[in-house]
Design a protein around this ligand. Structure first.
Ligand code: ATP
Length: 590
């Protein structure tokens, strides 16, 4: 698909076919919480399994971790989440709704009021009379607390401003703001996107869910549901290093639940309050250590081949390598390369400790939005944990120690001077630079890290949106029909193969088909369907994206072959069970 298809088509299909349900639906649901139904949980497992295989099992330099959701609260102090993991929140004084201050315009654009005002803008040709007529009509029901709706003077002032300078109010934001502020030339306050009322000053709202550990509910026993899986990796860094026979560069990966008390969960599962993340922390040498060992640091300017990691790579190349790896995985799951884009964080968008961050953004039906981020986080996280826990997070690097042993005093002093000059030129402390280099000469440093961080739920939503297709078909008699088909990548499809007996009332065919089904389901997620015409059974599988349907018929009794129908091409081929398994194994290999 078909980003044009609206999100509601996807949500309807997900509910109807058992991919995703609202949590606690029989009690009215809970915003931001979703349950994955029979097909959804299979699909989600496939995404996680694929990520795990690609990121951990198929590599020799990444180890896995499965840590607890609730961890020592000091972890969140060290990581900065307790102090700064917040979104700006505002409340409407009239309707009392809470919302993220930075999402007001997205909320308004999606609302009935926003859409009706946009229509007026599109159709009015800048005529002030036609535009203000909205305040006397639709706006009364849709944004009843907007000053231009409540107060004739404000409406008149808005009319005059529009009449004098329609071009300044030609977009939704300026126009809606004018209807709030027309009588007040100083302030430019944004109105509530829900009702047009006045909003409070934004204030930071911490997104972590609090809980209490043990029977006594007091400050001392407060803990938090993790807002990301990454911090457990840093907290267990030393244990994994000590037990895994890895050395830097290497990574630690984790998949698991994360929780954020999002102020305004939106766009279906895209922004949920409980979700799953797939995160990798890939630890690398600081560039200075690379230089001491290899005499140079490979940068992007050297145009390195990014397919196979090399010892002399600096952080910039490692970061680009992981962006490339992640894009490769996203594409291999079935998202066409032109459906997602790289967005580079710059200036204020870049966290103060990060050297670079690239988001992979997908063209969702509701706009181009983040699927995952790949950040070069320097040694910030491990340094913070060293500072707060009092435990050294340094590694000992034998090749570094050996390289430094070979250097004479003059070479060491020249190296020290160069690092000090570089660091102080970017405003860093000279004493810190000197201490860092002195530790390097002893073969020790705190590793730097590249962090590819992906959301399972967002990836699944993107794959659902991408797979959706309504095909117009004409049968041999010229009759038109629409086929709803989900073009999932076979590895991601919740059901891999469906088995049908051509007829259910012929015991030999039925029994043979059961035998084939029992055999296949030991290897693959398989589905049995014996009811209705074969064409209808195909359609039911198309809707859930089953790549292959197998029909056992009279010929199977003769020559052992079955009809294997391909979901996308709808082509049918005769194959034996062994041939089918070879074909499927090939297609499902990660
Ligand atoms: P956003 O800017 O969209 O809030 P973020 O930059 O805060 O996302 P990260 O903290 O980098 O996100 O988290 C890594 C990944 O976790 C995101 O790319 C996304 O896939 C997923 N993720 C984060 N927050 C949510 C959420 N509320 N619901 C679903 N997935 C999420």
């Amino acid at each position: 698909m078909s980003n044009e298809s609206s999100l509601s088509v996807i949500t309807t299909l997900c509910k109807r076919r058992g991919f995703i349900f609202h949590s606690s639906e029989i009690y009215g649901g809970m915003p931001g919480f979703f349950d994955y139904g029979p097909l959804g949980c299979e699909m989600k497992r496939n995404i996680k399994e694929d990520w795990w295989k690609t990121t951990v099992r198929n590599r020799e330099d990444v180890e896995g971790l499965d840590a607890t959701i609730i961890m020592h609260p000091d972890i969140w102090k060290a990581s900065g989440h307790l102090d700064t993991f917040s979104d700006p929140m505002t409340m409407c004084k009239a309707c009392k709704k809470l919302m993220r201050a930075d999402q007001i315009w997205d909320i308004f654009a999606d609302s009935d009021a926003g859409q009706s005002l946009q229509k007026v803008l599109d159709e009015s040709n800048g005529e002030a009379g036609k535009i203000v007529a909205w305040c006397k009509g639709k706006a009364k029901g849709q944004t009843p607390n907007l000053p231009a709706v409540l107060n004739a003077d404000v409406l008149t002032a808005a009319y005059e401003k529009l009449n004098a300078d329609a071009a300044s109010y030609a977009d939704l934001k300026s126009l809606y703001t004018l209807f709030f502020n027309a009588k007040n030339s100083e302030q430019k306050i944004s109105p509530c996107p829900h009702c047009g009322g006045e909003l409070t000053e934004p204030r930071p709202f911490n997104l972590m869910f609090k809980t209490v550990v043990g029977p006594i509910d007091d400050e001392k026993n407060t803990a938090y549901l993790r807002p990301e899986t990454a911090q457990a990796i840093f907290a267990q860094f030393l244990n994994v290093l000590a037990t895994s026979r890895q050395s830097v560069p290497f990574g630690i990966a984790q998949i698991g639940k994360s929780f954020r008390n999002e102020v305004t969960p939106r766009n279906y599962t895209f922004r949920s309050r409980e979700f799953e993340q797939m995160e990798l922390e890939f630890f690398i040498r600081p560039d200075e250590a690379v230089e001491l060992i290899y005499g140079k640091v490979t940068t992007l300017a050297d145009n390195p081949d990014l397919t196979t990691p090399e010892d002399a790579w600096g952080w910039e190349v490692w970061h680009r390598y992981w962006v490339t790896q992640r894009k490769g995985w996203v594409a291999s799951c079935g998202l066409p390369v032109d459906s997602f884009v790289e967005s580079v964080h710059e200036g204020d968008d870049l966290a103060h400790y990060a050297r670079a961050c690239v988001d992979l953004e997908y063209r969702f039906p509701f706009g181009v939005q983040e699927l995952e981020g790949i950040a070069a986080r320097s040694d910030f996280d491990l340094s913070q944990h060293q500072k707060h826990s009092g435990k050294s997070m340094e590694v000992f690097d034998e090749p570094l120690k050996l390289a430094c042993k070979k250097m004479d005093d003059a070479a060491k002093s020249a190296f020290m001077d160069k690092v000090v000059a570089d660091w102080t030129a970017c405003g860093k402390d000279e004493a810190v630079a000197r201490a860092f280099v002195a530790r390097l000469f002893e073969g020790r440093y705190i590793p730097h890290v590249i962090e590819p961080s992906a959301g399972v739920d967002r990836m699944m939503l993107a794959l659902l949106c991408n797979a959706y297709d309504e095909q117009k078909l004409v049968d041999s008699k010229g009759k038109e029909d629409t086929r709803l088909v989900m073009h999932f990548q076979p590895r991601i499809a919740p059901i891999k193969v469906a088995v049908f007996p051509l007829v259910k009332n012929k015991p030999e065919i039925y029994n043979k088909a059961r035998e084939v089904f029992e055999h296949l389901r030991r290897r693959y997620a398989a589905f049995w369907d014996q009811s209705g015409a074969i064409g209808r059974r195909y359609r039911r599988q198309d809707e859930i994206g089953t790549p292959w349907c197998v029909t056992v018929d009279f010929d199977t009794m003769e020559d052992g072959t079955m009809t294997v129908r391909d979901r996308d091409s709808m082509e049918q081929k005769r194959m034996t069970l062994d041939e089918l398994k070879v074909m499927m194994d090939e297609a499902l290999l990660v």
